[in-house]
Design a protein around this ligand. Structure first.
Ligand code: FES
Length: 210
């Protein structure tokens, strides 16, 4: 796992008050435990931490529909290989109408992830797993596990739902979509987290809120 200093944030991204800090501590105690089922394939997956604070992840063992969590810059990062059904669900007009920022107008992602799937490639989603409300760690909602579960994420602290692209639903406590880290595909099944070839000037400190 990468070792890093606390990442730099602009003042606007640090505005979680004391209540938020307490909620984060309590929320993560439960949410992090709940996140465990989403962890898989890690023991079979090569994860290489590089000296420039980037992380290389081999995705070759990830089957369609599977996800895993890695740690980058002290954040949990959700990686999900999406199925055609999940991609279709992301584009359904009735679903899009339920989202707060369907077009990712708020800067929560690099330019090469400012698209309907909020990722470099549609078939792989890579998201920072920190709720934009008060910072809990959302859990994965396996498709079919609940009527509304289509392979997105649910924050158990105050009930925010995000779709598989990390887009938050309207009326959720979370104000913004989940952040997307900079990602570069090194091959068909290997990514580097921490650098965006499509938006090389992007920095996590540019993000509205994490
Ligand atoms: S921390 Fe409140 S909904 Fe996620």
């Amino acid at each position: 796992m990468p070792q890093s200093d606390t990442p730099p944030f602009p003042d606007s991204t640090k505005r979680r008050d004391l209540l938020a800090t307490g909620t984060l501590a309590l929320g993560c105690a439960g949410a992090c435990a709940l996140a465990v089922p989403f962890l898989n394939s890690l023991k079979n997956t090569a994860i290489t931490s590089l000296s420039d604070n980037t992380l290389e992840v081999d995705l070759s063992t990830l089957a369609p529909g599977q996800g895993m969590t890695v740690q980058w810059q002290d954040w949990p990062v959700f990686i999900q290989r999406r199925t055609p059904q999940m991609l279709a669900a992301l584009q359904a007009p009735a679903h899009i109408a339920t989202l707060r920022d369907a077009d990712s107008k708020i800067l929560q992602q690099p330019k090469d992830a400012t698209n309907w799937h909020r990722s470099v490639r549609p078939d792989y989603g890579v998201l920072v797993g920190i709720c934009t409300h008060l910072g809990c760690v959302p859990t994965f909602e396996k498709p079919g596990s609940a009527p509304e579960a289509k392979g997105g994420y649910f924050c158990p602290c105050h009930g925010s739902h995000f779709d598989a692209a990390g887009r938050v639903v309207q009326r959720a406590p979370a104000p913004y979509n989940l952040p997307v880290p900079p990602v570069t595909f090194l091959s068909d099944t290997k990514i580097r987290i921490g650098h965006s070839a499509g938006d090389p000037g992007f920095s996590m400190s540019d993000i509205q809120q994490i």
